[in-house]
Structure formats: C-alpha cells, structure tokens
Design a protein around this ligand. Structure first.
Ligand code: PLP
Length: 448
C-alpha cells in the first residue's frame, strides 16, 4: 500500500516487530479493519489473511461467538485483584483447558502470551527440582532454528542467532542441539537425521551430567525452521531419554496449539505426553492476549504446603489469567469442539496440501511440510540439486513484497513461506488462496 506521509512519520516513532523501520515505511501496511478471513488497510484494500495474523486468528478475525462471550464477560468483570484470588470465569477456564491438555498435564496457569508462558515453564521446572531434593538440575536444552519468545530467557532458549546475539550476554543455563533439518542432507533419509538428533539430545544430557539438566524444550512443529515436523520416532526417543534421566520434557505448543495441526495439540500426532506444555496464540481466538502453562498435576503438588513453608510458585503477572482471557479461551475451545474443527483442519489441510503441490511446476520448491492447515513451502533455486537461492536474490524477499501487493498475508521468510488459513475457511477459500499464492509467486520469480 502507499502510506501517507503522516503514516510514515508515525511508523518512524515506533518499531514494527523484528522489522526495519525504513523497510516498513516503504512496504508496511496500516490495517484498520478485519473480519473473518480478511483484513483491510486504510486505503480500503482487502487482504486475504492466510496466517490469521501470525497463527493467532485461527477461527478468523472477530469471530462473533467469541465477541459475544467477551461482551458478556465485560458486563460482569474485566479485572480481578490477582493477589487476592481469581475470577469465577478464570476457574471455569482452568477446568476447560485441563479437559483438552494431554494426559495428566492439567494443572493450568494463565498468562498473556507465549513468551510469558515459556518463562513461567522455566521457573516452574527449576523450582520443582529445588523442592523435590534435586536442586542441581537447572539447565535447559533447546534447538537451533527454534523460537520460544522475545523475553530474555525465552530468547536465549530460541535458536536463531539474529534474535539472540544482539542482546548478549544471554541467560545462563541454556544449551542448544541441532534441528534435524540442519542434518537432513548428511543422512540417507529424514528418519536417520531425526534419530541422530534425538541421540544428540541424550549425548548432551549424559555429557553435561543428568543431575544438572532440568528440561528439554521443543516445538512439535518448528515455524522458524520453515514448518519443520520431526518424526514420531524422534519425539518418542526424546520422551524416553527424558524419562531415563529424570528430565522434564517441555513442549512449546504456543504456535501448534490448538486445532490447526488437526489435533488439539500437536503432541498427539506423535503419541507423546509432555511434562509441561505451553500454548498461546490461537487459544485467544485472535481476540485477546493469552498464554497458558500446563503441567503434570503431580509436579504441581511439590508447590503445595503450609504458607510458612514458602513452597508456592514464586511467579505471576498482573494480567495473568484475568477473566476476559478466561471467557475468550472458553469460547474458543467451545467453538473448536462444537464445529469439529480438529477434523476440519485435517480434511481442509489435505486439500490445501494438494493445491500447494501444484506450485512445484514452477521449479522452485523443494518440500511442502506441516500438518493440518499449518503448511510450509521450502523455496530453492533448483529442486533437482536442492541448490538454495543466492543470498542477494532470495525468492522469499521478493515474495514478501509481491504477496502483500497482491492482497495476501502469509508468513514469508527468505527460503520458505507458510500459510495457516483460519478454520472457518472452506474449499472455495483455499482455491482463492491458492490463486493468490500462485500469482504472487509468479511475480516474485519475475522480480529476481
Ligand atoms: C513456538 C513459539 N513459542 C513462543 C512464542 C512467543 O509467543 P508471544 O509472541 O505470544 O510472546 C512464539 C511466537 O511466535 C512461538 O511461535
């Protein structure tokens, strides 16, 4: 869109997330309205929002049933004193949330976003080991290429150096292992690369000394690596390793929860139950900031005692678990269950995947990955040799511009792009989305 001088000036007075201001002044969009699958800019141009903002409005923008629940809650209460109690709605949300989390991971603490939920998970796990006679367990292992949030510990746990090194020194006690994607071309197949990386996690635990390792933090499907889905065997091996060495397995389902992968939580795809699970994004229905840390109920027992024992979880945020978030979370889960949206994510995802496969005719795609409606497309210069595009003319850079020009919002990185259409979409909407992607890709190929 063409920004007005005033819009450019005001953009210059803030930072757009992770983006360069001068780029945003040239290519940014000023949105002023959203409904269902679409957003509009201040010039009235319509955009197909194929990622629900950023994997958040997974039921479409401003879902009427969520807005109704929010309005009703606003008539009752919006904020309650967090050091004195919790709202009735907050309690109902805890029960609802616990009914969809895997296994006995149904001890629930609400937050206002994914980073907050992950920070809470680190503190919960460290305090848990201190209070169960294993105070030397404090280190966390996570993966290169991952993303766990923007706050200091969550950023330290994240894999991409571009979002970490600028803020060094990092938080102590965090170790990294490779993502199987980084080793795929050194092995005969994907399964072997996954086995190798799962074994690497065990090697790190053993060599560091298991008595010092508190947790392994993983995304079931990693967005920032390009929607990378490790194998079931990978997760089952890691689960076993964590059990063998008494290490907490923390799954970051901030992005993969809820429903978009075809399951309420992606851990179900791999048949594993974590010890701690974090989520956010889509749980909010794209309507109100939310995050959740869920933990095994028996772990939470280590925090219960007489007030004078000081065992309580030493953590909280002003807005954590407030009643509006509770009402929105309950409504979101209700809608997913009422309309069978996990099932819909699977069938619509299959259709979307078939359509995306057609893009291979343009000779610039190595792989299409993902689950349900969460799909990533890897871009290469030559799919025969898997040669990547050169640094100076990345197809993703061009696609980022042509897609927005074309009225299409996707998650576009330099060597991949991803879509995650809201679950209110139907096949005809996926056809429209495919046409927009195809036009944008053709224009991007012409540009480089
Ligand atoms: C996997 C994952 N974890 C954590 C976060 C951080 O969540 P938030 O931006 O809500 O703090 C994100 C955000 O993109 C994410 O994708």
């Amino acid at each position: 869109m063409k920004l007005t001088e005033r819009q450019k000036e005001l953009i210059g007075k803030t930072f757009i997330d992770f983006q360069q201001t001068s780029y945003m002044q040239e290519h940014g969009v000023v949105f002023n309205r959203a409904e269902g699958l679409y957003c509009w800019d201040t010039n009235g141009k319509r955009y197909f929002d194929a990622v629900g903002g950023v994997y958040v409005a997974t039921l479409g923008h401003r879902h009427p049933e969520i807005l109704d629940a929010m309005r009703k809650q606003m008539e009752k209460s919006i904020f309650v004193p967090p050091l004195h109690g919790i709202s009735d709605t907050g309690l109902e949300f805890i029960e609802k949330m616990g009914s969809i989390t895997p296994g006995n991971v149904n001890f629930i603490k609400g937050f206002s976003g994914g980073s907050e939920a992950n920070e809470a998970a680190f503190k919960f796990v460290r305090q848990y080991y201190k209070q169960t006679d294993r105070p030397t367990k404090y280190k966390f292992i996570s993966m290169y290429l991952s993303y766990h949030g923007a706050t200091m510990a969550a950023a330290t746990a994240s894999g991409g150096s571009e979002r970490r090194t600028k803020f060094e020194p990092q938080v102590g006690g965090f170790l990294k292992v490779p993502n199987p994607l980084q080793f795929r071309d050194r092995f005969a197949d994907w399964e072997e690369a996954n086995k190798f990386c799962a074994d690497w996690i065990e090697e790190v635990i053993v060599n560091e000394n298991p008595d010092t390792i508190a947790g392994v933090l993983l995304e079931p499907i990693c967005n920032t690596a390009g929607i990378v889905k490790p194998t079931t065997e990978f997760f089952q091996r890691v689960r076993k390793t964590c059990d063998n060495h008494n290490v907490a397995l923390i799954l970051d389902e901030v992005l993969t929860g809820i429903a978009k992968t075809g399951r309420m939580f992606a851990s179900e795809i791999f048949g594993i139950v974590p010890d701690v699970l974090t989520t956010g994004k889509g749980l909010s229905g794209g309507v109100y900031p939310m995050g959740v840390m869920a933990a095994r109920e028996d772990m939470a027992q280590a925090f219960i005692g007489k007030p004078e024992e000081g065992l309580q979880f030493g953590h909280g945020h002003t807005w954590a678990g407030n009643p509006l978030a509770g009402a929105v979370g309950i409504a979101t889960i209700d809608i997913i269950q009422k309309y069978n949206l996990c099932e819909k994510a699977r069938s619509l995802g299959d259709y979307l995947n078939k359509k995306l496969e057609q893009l291979k005719k343009y000779g610039c795609i190595r792989e299409i990955r993902g689950s349900g409606v969460l799909r990533g497309v890897e871009l290469v210069k030559d799919p025969q040799t898997n040669e990547p595009f050169p640094k100076k003319s990345k197809l993703g850079d061009a696609l980022k511009i042509t897609s927005v020009d074309n009225g299409l919002i996707m998650r576009v990185d330099r060597d991949w792009f991803a879509v995650c259409p809201p679950l209110i979409a139907e096949k005809k909407d996926i056809d429209e989305l495919y046409d927009l992607i195809e036009q944008s890709l053709k224009k991007a190929l012409d540009m480089i």
